[in-house]
Design a protein. Sequence first.
Length: 185
Amino acid sequence: MALGSFIGLYLLVSTAAMAQSERRRPVRAGEQTHKTDVPANEAQAKPVPSKKLEEALQLLFRADSARGRVAPRPMGPEEEGFVIDQTITKVGHDFYDAFYTRWESPPGINGYAIALVERPGRGTTTLIALVIDDAELFEMPLQPKYDLIEEGATEAVGMAQDYLREAHDVSRQLEKEDRGVSGRY
């Protein structure tokens, strides 16, 4: 223990002492050293005139603003919505995997959170709940048979897609009514 702390203390103290005191370019074998234009101490460097500094900053701002005008990139899967795994057992994880492999977000719909929540059930069954944006759509008992797991996952995907489409249509209709486009009074 004492040897390790001694080595650590030695490394902390010695690294600063072993550093170069001034800037030098590495010298190759057989090459003569000559004085460089780099100041040995940055405190001795001459300040940049304000006019040159202002021009450099303007060029930097122009380059930065030109980079910001890039066309918007297409949305990735993480920007469409989330599918959250809140399962506990292997049967629950198998259901999540089957759901996720079948899941395809409806076009034009984003900003949702789907959670597959597993709860304990009787015997060898568990309860799987499908929750979208804090609204529980359904809960079903799940047995440890893979064909039943796949069938349940397919049903859950269909229900989730239908729910998201319907919720999207309702929100669009409400937006139209808020703008007065519907014509109803």
